[in-house]
Each structure stands twice: as structure tokens, then as C-alpha cells.
Design a protein around this ligand. Sequence first.
Ligand SMILES: Nc1ncnc2c1ncn2[C@@H]1O[C@H](COP(=O)(O)OP(=O)(O)OP(=O)(O)O)[C@@H](O)[C@H]1O
Ligand SMILES: [Mg+2]
Length: 239
Amino acid sequence: MIALDGVTVRFGGLVALDAISAQFEAAVSGIIGPNGAGKTTTMNVISGFLTPKSGAVVVDGTDLVGMSPHKRPHWGLRRSFQREQIADDLSVLGNLLSLADNLHGSRAERRANVDAALEFVGITAMAGRMGASLNTYERRLTDLARCLVGQPRLIMLDEPAGGLTVEESAHLGDIILRIGGFCPAQVLVIDHDVDLIARICAQTLVLDFGRRIAFGPTAAVLADPAVKAAYLGIEVDHA
Ligand SMILES: Nc1ncnc2c1ncn2[C@@H]1O[C@H](COP(=O)(O)OP(=O)(O)OP(=O)(O)O)[C@@H](O)[C@H]1O
Ligand SMILES: [Mg+2]
């Protein structure tokens, strides 16, 4: 379980996250909201890039706020970024191996982990391609494979379907839904593609201007008038 308890983040006068609490229990959960809502900031707190002004992040009983950054990959934390971080001058295989270099285990074990991740995502045939030669979809798949190397416990994907076609996004969703059969990691997904979120996320947190607008089963959350209003940027009709 991923438990956020009263997480508050301020940037100067801006309250980017205002006492956010949520308990994600689903295998795949989502975070949605308009631009600037605080979605990436939430992932930055969970992954330790940001220390919250107050609040706690506890995953499977472990307090992540106090965990040093170099321990996080060993613990099993993986994430992708809104702008994917594929090295252009490394092959797909090299990109995965450079992540594996930070993990425990023998060279052979790490290589086996990388091969398993490539195979699971279905990009084994792409292993020798250079990062620079990959299109958007191939980069997203490579990024996802990187998150699956080793023994991940928590995988956070920041807009994994950004820039993808409807078909590509659907295929990515299929792969994300199958992650539970590959490793026991919980997955947290941010995306603006609400159809993708509705299909793959059992629970969803909705943020707007750093505040929690809704949290719960995705279908119920998406049907909430306050969510529709926040997401579409229209006023709630109180009449
Ligand atoms: N390092 C920072 N310094 C100052 N302000 C920041 C910083 N990071 C984020 N912010 C501000 O915090 C707010 C939340 O940003 P965040 O990146 O979490 O939004 P988001 O929900 O991920 O939006 P998007 O959908 O555009 O990616 C925004 O107003 C943003 O400008
Ligand atoms: Mg963001």
C-alpha cells in the first residue's frame, strides 16, 4: 500500500500540495488533474526528489521520506519521467543495463533481469537499437522496461502515454495491466488520457491546484461533478 498522509509541499508562496492524504491499495492506481495540479510534485515526494514541508509517505510499511536517495533503487523504487530519460548514445540494452548497474546482484543476474524486462515489454528485438534512433513510442516502451528491471516494489509512470496514438496508448495500457504477472510491484500512473486511466487504474486521486478533489474507485471518481468541473475547467452548477 502507498499511503500519503497530510503531504504538504510549498514553493515560496505557492502551495503545490495542500495536506494530501490518500491510500492506494490497487495494483494499478492513477493520479489525474489539470496542468499544474501537483501530480508530478506528488511523484517527486514519493521518489524522494522533494522533501515535503510536512506529512508522511509510507509504502508497504516503509517511511520513504526519510530514506536516502541511493537506497531507493535497492528498495525497489522505479519511475519514469514526463520527458523520458533515454540516453541517445546508448542502445536500448545499454539504457537498461545502466539502471541495473545501481542494483544488487551479480553481473549475470543483472543481465538476466534486463533480458526479462525487455522480453516482458516485447522489445527484445530492439535491444541493439541506439536511443537516438527510437521514435516516441519506442522510447516510452524502453522507459517502461527500465522501470521493470530488478525487483521493483513501486513503479511510478509520469505521463507514459504522452505523445502516443490511441492504439499505442491502448497497447501500453495492456502491458501496464500485465505488470502484476511479472513482478509484485504496485504501479502509480499519471496521465492526461482519462480513457487510459479509466481502463487500467482501479483507484484514482484527483488533484487541482494542490488540493485533493476526489479519491477512490476510478469510475466513481470520474463520475463526480466536482472532478468534471475541475478537469474541464468549468464552474460547478450549484443551482
Ligand atoms: N521546483 C519547483 N519550483 C517552483 N514551483 C514548482 C516546482 N515544481 C513545480 N512547481 C509548481 O508547482 C505546481 C505543481 O506542479 P506539478 O509539476 O506537480 O504539476 P502537474 O500536475 O504535474 O502538471 P502537468 O500536468 O503540467 O505536468 C505548479 O504550479 C508548478 O509550477
Ligand atoms: Mg507533471
